[in-house]
Each structure stands twice: as structure tokens, then as C-alpha cells.
Design a binder for this molecule. Structure first.
Ligand code: FAD
Length: 383
């Protein structure tokens, strides 16, 4: 694997850095306090091509490889994890999954809007009773002539109140466990679909997280994405790539923590010298720096495997596991460097820690990633 970026990758990284500094950084604190990213940002993300990365140009995509996608995702994660998550879900989990599993009509209907930022997608897998155990979800989609009738509740859905289309996972046959699950593309304005915002999150406060309640929601049979009964494979394939995107976002968090901590350590003086000259503070900084590099290399390996058409799911779990734990460690170490000031909202590291904390929970908790890695090592499933 060549770790040197080519000219196109270098350019897209610079584009992302400039975009973050211009369009995101000045608003981060206000969006966090308001619990809402400015929705008009989605259109800007589309215009600059960040919602179409790796998607074919005929569907409005901006092409690029998965390393370029990681570079942009890292920069967005450095700027604001709330924004990074909006992109990771609408593009990473929804648009890319439609591109991979959809028929020509589904691609034509949804992809140009999603890649341009005119539409937003959300990913409806988790339910109140099934989080890690997603294969046992209970939302039902019952065939009725040329339609399916959907009933059930999804929770913790990122972009939930913003979304125009829900990539929904529901049980449509009586087959046991994940074998009965199918994937559907449900317009978010379908009658019977109610959306309730979830407030009071520890971090990612700018994101529109919601509970979605489906009561006799009727969709045409052609809303089925992929084959009936293969919905769990659709979900797992989306999450395998999604975990790389979370990992790249975590590299961004850790980098933001490093930048802030190094700067502060050079300015703050105690015992007559900058705290950067105290060796135990240097230890904190070096621990963050190693976490940044290690997390990034694990993440880039996943991108490289995807771009070469090799299996990548286990490597994606490793990257997500390490990078998410590293982001929490890095943000916490940075907060330590800031001392008491790190605990105050006015300084950036508290938000980094709040935002990092969820990364070990969603798209499969750290425990679930370990079980996936363990299964690959032993051939034995602990699920
Ligand atoms: P549980 O599954 O109840 O787990 C609780 C604890 O038990 C965890 O520590 C877990 O690791 C542990 N545990 C569970 N099973 C095992 C096991 N077999 N072995 C060992 N330990 C185990 N979901 C979506 O579908 N779409 C979204 O867009 C989305 N966005 C989210 C955004 C936010 C901010 C949050 C907080 C969540 C989001 N989620 C989303 C849901 C997320 O994916 C779930 O919260 C996650 O999968 C964990 O499920 P749970 O919360 O029900 O925890």
C-alpha cells in the first residue's frame, strides 16, 4: 500500500480543510448550543461534492476513491462530528447502499437528490427493544397486493427529522431472526410515519436524532431494496463501510484534540514555564499523537482494501473499534492538558469528548466489534 496521497487526493483533502475552516468552524459552538446544525449546510456539502464521493457521476456523484472519502470524513470530523455524521449517514449508509443494491429506477429516483444535498437520507435499523441484536428486530412489513404495510418503531435515528427517505429494515417474512428481514426505501412524508426528535444527547447535539413510528405506512412493492429476506445483508454491508467512515471521523476528533492540546500547552504557563515543557504533559500529547497515526493507518487500510475489491469487513471492525476508543482517549487526554479550563464549554475539548463518546456505541458497540473480530479469528460466533 502506497501511503503517499496522489494529486487528486491531496486536492480533495485541501478542499475539505478549507470548507471546514470557512463553513463549519465559525458555527460549531452555536450549533452545539442550539442543538441544531444549520440545515442549509447540507446543500453546501452537496455543491462541493462531499455528498457524492465514490458515487458514479451519472447519478450526480463526484466519483473519487474510498481514501478520498476518508480524507474528507476525517476533516469533517475534525471540524464537527455532528456534520460528519450527517454525511456518513446520508451518503455513507443510504446513498452508497442504494448505489450498491438498488435497481435502475431506485437509483434514478433517489441518488441525484441525495448527492446534491436536495434530499437527506436516514438509516432505520435500531428499535427500542433491539440495538446490538438488530437481527431480531420486530418492525413488520406485511405484503398486501402491490404494497407493503409497515408497523413498528425505530429509535436513535440520525437525520431522523430531516430525512426525505428512510432506508428501513423490517420483518417481511416469518423466517427466523435476520433471515426474515427486508430493506425498504420509504419516503419520509408517507402517511402514518410520525417523527419525534430526541433531545438531551451528551454529544452530537447538532444532529437531528429521532424516533420514527410507523403506523400502517403503505409503500409500493417496488420500495423493496434488494431481494426479500436479504435485508440484513443490506444492513451489514452498509455498516461494514459505515464503520470505516466512523473511524475516519474519529481520526478527525483525535486530530482536533491534538491540535488544541499542543497549542494550549505552548501558551499556558505553570511553575514559570509553558506546561509543554513538563514531561508528563508531553506524555499526554505524545499518547494523542500515536493514537491519531495508528487510527488513521487502520482506517486507510480499509479504504485501500475496498478500492482494490478485497474483503474488508473485519478490518473495518478493527479500525472502528480502535479509532473510536482512541478518539475518547485522545479527547480525554486533551482535556487533561487543559486542566480545569477543559471542563468549561468555552474551550473546545469538552465538546470533542462529548462527541467522541458515542463512537464506541453506534454502528456496533466496541463489544460487538470484538465479537465480530473474534468470530473471524475462531470461526465460532458468540452471537
Ligand atoms: P444494547 O444493545 O442494549 O447494548 C447495551 C450494552 O450491552 C452495550 O455495552 C453492548 O456492547 C452490550 N452488549 C449487547 N450485546 C452484547 C453481547 N452479545 N456481548 C457483549 N456485550 C453486549 N441506529 C440506527 O439504526 N440508525 C442510526 O442512524 C443511529 N444513530 C444513532 C445515533 C446516536 C447518537 C445513538 C446514541 C445511537 C444511534 N443508533 C442508530 C443506535 C445505535 O446503533 C445503538 O445504540 C447501538 O447499536 C447499541 O444498541 P443499544 O443502544 O440498544 O444497546
Amino acid at each position: 500500500m502506497n501511503l503517499e496521497l496522489d494529486a487528486e487526493q491531496t486536492a480533495v483533502r485541501q478542499l475539505a480543510r478549507d470548507f471546514v475552516d470557512r463553513e463549519i468552524a465559525p458555527h460549531v459552538v452555536a450549533w452545539d448550543r442550539a442543538e441544531a446544525v444549520d440545515r442549509s449546510l447540507v446543500k453546501k456539502l452537496g455543491e462541493v461534492g462531499f455528498l457524492g464521493l465514490t458515487v458514479a457521476e451519472e447519478y450526480g456523484g463526484s466519483g473519487g476513491d474510498h481514501l478520498a472519502y476518508c480524507l474528507v470524513t476525517e476533516e469533517l470530523g475534525r471540524g464537527d462530528s455532528s456534520v460528519r455524521g450527517i454525511v456518513s449517514v446520508s451518503l455513507g449508509l443510504v446513498a452508497k447502499t442504494i448505489a450498491g443494491w438498488g435497481d435502475a429506477e431506485q437509483k434514478r429516483r433517489w441518488l441525484p437528490g441525495l448527492t446534491s444535498g436536495d434530499l437527506v437520507g436516514c438509516f432505520g435499523l435500531t428499535e427500542p427493544g433491539t440495538g446490538s441484536d438488530a437481527g431480531n428486530l420486530t418492525t413488520r412489513a406485511v405484503r398486501d397486493g402491490d404494497t407493503y404495510v409497515i408497523n413498528g418503531t425505530k429509535t436513535f435515528i440520525t437525520n431522523g427529522t430531516w430525512a426525505d427517505v428512510v432506508l428501513l429494515f423490517a420483518r417481511s417474512t416469518d423466517a427466523p431472526g435476520h433471515q426474515g428481514v427486508s430493506a425498504f426505501l420509504v419516503p419520509a412524508d408517507a402517511p402514518g410515519l410520525a417523527r419525534r426528535p430526541i433531545h438531551g444527547k451528551l454529544g452530537l447535539r447538532g444532529q437531528a436524532t429521532a424516533e420514527l413510528a410507523f403506523e400502517d405506512v403503505r409503500v409500493p412493492a417496488d420500495a423493496l431494496l434488494g431481494t426479500e429476506g436479504k435485508g440484513f445483508s443490506v444492513a451489514m454491508s452498509a455498516l461494514a463501510k459505515g464503520r470505516m467512515s466512523v473511524a475516519a471521523g474519529c481520526v478527525g476528533i483525535a486530530r482536533a484534540a491534538l491540535d488544541a492540546a499542543v497549542r494550549y500547552a505552548g501558551e499556558r504557563e505553570q511553575f514559570g514555564k509553558p506546561i509543554a515543557r513538563h514531561q508528563l504533559v508531553q506524555e499526554l500529547l505524545s499518547d494523542i499523537a500515536v493514537d491519531v497515526d495508528a487510527a488513521r493507518l487502520l482506517t486507510w487500510r480499509v479504504a485501500d482494501l475496498i478500492d482494490r475489491g478485497e474483503p474488508f469487513a473485519v478490518e473495518s471492525s478493527k479500525a472502528k473499534l480502535f479509532a473510536s476508543e482512541a478518539a475518547v482517549r485522545a479527547a480525554s487526554n486533551a482535556l487533561q492538558v487543559f486542566g480545569g479550563y477543559g471542563y468549561i464549554d468555552e474551550y473546545p475539548v469538552g465538546k470533542l469528548l462529548r462527541d467522541a463518546r458515542v463512537m464506541t456505541l453506534y454502528e456496533g458497540t466496541s463489544q460487538i466489534q470484538k465479537l465480530l473480530i473474534g468470530r473471524a479469528l475462531t470461526g465460532v460466533s458468540a452471537f
